[in-house]
Design a protein around this ligand. Structure first.
Ligand code: GLN
Ligand code: ZN
Length: 772
């Protein structure tokens, strides 16, 4: 029979229960015991959901209190000494690596002060993983009670034999990096890491695991030869253990593996392979051709990255095609990737329009889809006739609905001219005019947009949603918040102010709610990093802007501040990438619709007296197709064009900023330069200042503010530390082009630490201002 399988289930629970528990634990309001109990409850609940849905292969060890790669860092004892030296409780050491830890000296423990490990985007998703950070002479050691074994046994006790999920050894290393000041090439550590996998897999087998899902998603990349050549010895060695270890299913997702298929024969001793045929359906035949004689293929036909109902007809055809070649026992119907990237359940959505609801499917619903598809193929379509008919009806309804198609938007798109992509003058002319208007000092200081989203802000927003206060009362509250942050920025003596974004729940959702073509959910949260969850809006139809979206707040803020106020917008690519996009028209078309809407907003802001406008595009890089080549070039072309289309309507004297939450631009620097933004603010405090070298090498002429401190952590950077950081930056950037700002927005921080950190930052900037 054809089995159904889930590669991973969302961890947060139906009401972001895990977020609430971990945050309560961090805040000292929940005991460790209660946190662990909550974790256990969630795991049990999620296994049961899948079991009740009829899923055959249910994952374990997909759960994590923070991030699954971080779990592996701890599991393998790859813990840098700066954490291990404190001899913290394992879970506290785990969180210290994930989010940093700063704790004063107490009667029973020494003070702790350690920043977080680097966290980066997981492939092209909006999930972040903690980067394995490795030392010269790195040794590994399996943790005493290996989490995968513990959780396998926990499920077993609950009557469910799961398939534990591990990050594979090659990907674990390939996704890692050498620690600061270290030279180790991660993949060269493979021979030291493999014995740990052997030990772990043996323990899993002893515990009763028959199969293990071993994720090697880096197979979708263009791999350096060293990494590519590492697969054969790694998997030869593991599979040589025969029945001492479980059968291994190597899982890949978010891309095709055809360009790496020469690696596959070397993996023919594996039990099975998983591929993503939602993203790359065309790889199916090639991969089937490269399979070993008995190997099983797990076919990912249910989208783990989007919320659209699966088209059963199409999915069944795909699976049947595989069955024809391989037979029913060698095919598994699976989610394309872990369902981590989808919200928990559609059942929580009480406010969705019925027409639209019928087009969606979240994690819980997707588990049911998997079971239905497997049954349709195993027992024939008649066995699930009703479900197939209902599904066909939903597909038809979406394709023909008026909601998906707005002729006015299409007409405007057809009238876009070449000029609309270009500013009036080149940068030298613009910056001279901007300087005249804005009169900024050297090393201007600014922040990235948001200030702490306090409890009070959330309370008031909730009250508005529930109708407990009027629009007017809410507006007054927001104005008061803006007054407060303007006053604080006066006190801090920053140079370019922001209004603090108190009215925004989320940088994409806020815009989505003001645009036509979007739909929203009330509970559809997905994990972005650690305990942070986002609720991406859904692009359902053609997009347009019925009215200004941010002008009122920015105009007010500008009117009460004595320094330039920066307007704050989310760029077209980020709006697209951090929403669930449509899967019925190309993403470039959706980006262009967004750009036109934002263009109107930018021009309206300028008319309202806002002469510095930041259009955030942190998602630009994560949208990069994972491989080099034509596909990537095409993406960058339309992505850059949509940014330019959104900002180019302004006068030369209006300063356009853009912001990115990273500083690895080497691969696509020409695109960053082509944005033609007057000022870029970028992450840099957690990465190497060396990354700024590309700006020198390419003679980048415009202004840059590489973040001088990490905002993901509550830790307060000292003035000295920031000065050192700026000094390092000055080895690459000229003093005339350098801005001083934090890595990103401050919404997740508390006021106390924010003020302290910014005070140090402004003092550091002033120090250099005097020096030059
Ligand atoms: N302007 C946004 C903020 O400050 C930027 C956030 C981001 O880049 N992720 O919150
Ligand atoms: Zn950012």
């Amino acid at each position: 029979m054809v089995q159904s399988s889930v590669l991973g289930f969302p961890r947060q629970g139906v009401n972001r229960d895990l977020k609430k528990a971990t945050e309560a634990y961090w805040g000292g309001k929940l005991s460790q015991k209660d946190l662990l109990a909550e974790g256990k409850r969630l795991r049990q609940e999620h296994w049961k959901i899948q079991k009740d849905a009829g899923v055959d292969v249910i994952p374990s060890n997909d759960f994590s209190y923070y991030d699954h790669v971080l779990d592996h860092i701890q599991l393998f004892g790859a813990i840098p000494e700066r954490y291990s030296k404190y001899k913290l409780d394992p879970i506290d050491e785990f969180f210290a690596m994930g989010r940093g830890l700063q704790k004063p000296h107490s009667p029973d423990a020494a003070a702790v002060d350690v920043p977080a490990l680097e966290m980066v985007k997981w492939f092209d998703s909006n999930y972040h993983y903690v980067k394995p950070t490795l030392q010269d002479g790195q040794e590994f050691k399996l943790a005493a009670n290996p989490k995968p074994v513990v959780e396998f046994l926990e499920a077993k006790e609950a009557g469910i034999i799961t398939r534990p999920v591990l990050v594979g050894p090659v990907s674990f290393l390939a996704l890692g990096k050498a620690d600061r000041g270290q030279n180790v090439v991660p993949i060269s550590l493979l021979h030291k890491l493999l014995p740990i996998y052997e030990e772990l897999l043996t323990k899993l087998k002893e515990a009763g695991a028959e199969n293990v899902q071993i994720d090697e998603p880096c197979l979708v990349f263009d791999l350096p030869p060293k990494v590519k050549n590492a697969f054969k010895p790694a998997y030869d060695r593991l599979t040589s253990l025969g029945s001492k270890i479980p059968q291994l299913v190597v899982a890949t997702y978010f891309g095709d593996i055809v360009h790496n298929q020469d690696v596959l024969p070397s993996m023919s001793s594996l039990y099975g392979l998983h591929i993503d045929v939602v993203r790359n359906p065309e790889q199916l035949d090639t991969v089937m051709g490269a399979l070993g004689e008995k190997q099983v293929l797990s076919v990912g036909v249910v989208d783990g990255r989007n919320i659209w109902k699966t088209n059963f007809k199409r999915a069944i055809e795909t699976v049947e095609h595989a069955v024809q070649k391989l037979g029913k026992d060698r095919v598994i119907v699976a989610s394309s990737s872990s369902l981590l990237h989808t919200p928990h359940t559609l059942a929580s959505e009480k406010k969705l329009d019925e027409e639209v609801r019928d087009w969606f499917s979240f994690a819980v619903e997707k588990t049911k889809e998997l079971a239905i598809i497997a049954k349709a193929v195993t027992d024939g379509p008649a066995s699930v006739r009703e479900q197939l008919q209902a599904n066909a009806k939903s597909m038809e309804s979406r394709a023909t609905s008026k909601r998906t198609n707005d002729p006015k938007v299409k007409e405007r798109q057809s009238k876009i001219t070449e000029e609309m992509f270009n500013r009036k003058s080149a940068f030298p002319t613009r910056i001279a005019q901007q300087q005249q208007k804005l009169k900024l000092p050297m090393f201007p200081t600014t922040t990235i947009g948001s200030f702490p989203q306090t409890k009070e802000i959330r309370v008031q927003r909730n009250k508005l949603t529930k109708g407990e206060i009027t629009e007017k009362e809410y507006e007054e509250f927001i104005e008061k918040e803006i007054q407060d942050v303007v006053k604080i920025q006066d006190e801090l003596d920053l140079d370019v102010y922001v209004h603090g974004e108190p009215e925004r729940n989320d940088m994409v959702q806020y815009f989505g709610e003001r645009l036509t073509g979007y739909e929203f959910t009330t509970h559809a949260w997905v994990q972005s990093y650690g305990s942070r969850c986002v609720r991406p809006p859904i692009i359902v139809g053609d997009i347009s802007r019925p009215a200004p979206m941010t002008v009122k707040e920015s105009k007010y803020a500008a009117s009460i501040s004595k320094k330039p106020m920066k307007g704050m917008l989310t760029g077209p690519i980020t709006c697209l990438r951090w929403s669930y996009p449509r899967d019925d028209i190309h993403q470039s078309v959706q980006a262009q619709q967004l750009a036109l809407a934002l263009r109107d907003e930018v021009v309206d802001l300028e008319s309202a007296g806002v002469y510095v406008i930041q259009v955030d595009e942190p998602a630009l890089r994560e949208g990069l197709p994972l491989r080099q080549g034509l596909e990537r070039q095409n993406y960058l072309d339309w992505a850059v064009k949509s940014f330019r289309l959104s900002v180019a309507g302004v006068q030369d004297s209006t300063q356009i900023h853009s912001h990115f939450c990273y500083s690895e631009f080497q691969d696509f620097f020409h695109a960053i330069a082509a944005l033609d933004a007057d000022v870029l603010s970028i992450e840099n405090s957690k990465s190497d200042a060396k990354l700024l070298k590309v700006f020198v090498d390419e003679a980048y002429p415009r202004h840059i503010g590489p973040g001088v401190y990490d905002i993901h952590s509550p830790r307060i950077p000292s003035e000295e530390e920031i000065k050192e950081r700026i000094q390092e930056m000055l080895t690459y950037l000229s003093p005339d082009q350098l801005w001083v700002d934090p890595d990103c927005g401050l919404k997740t921080r508390q006021w106390k630490e924010t003020k302290a950190a910014l005070t140090n930052m402004v003092n550091a900037a002033k120090f250099y201002r005097q020096k030059y």
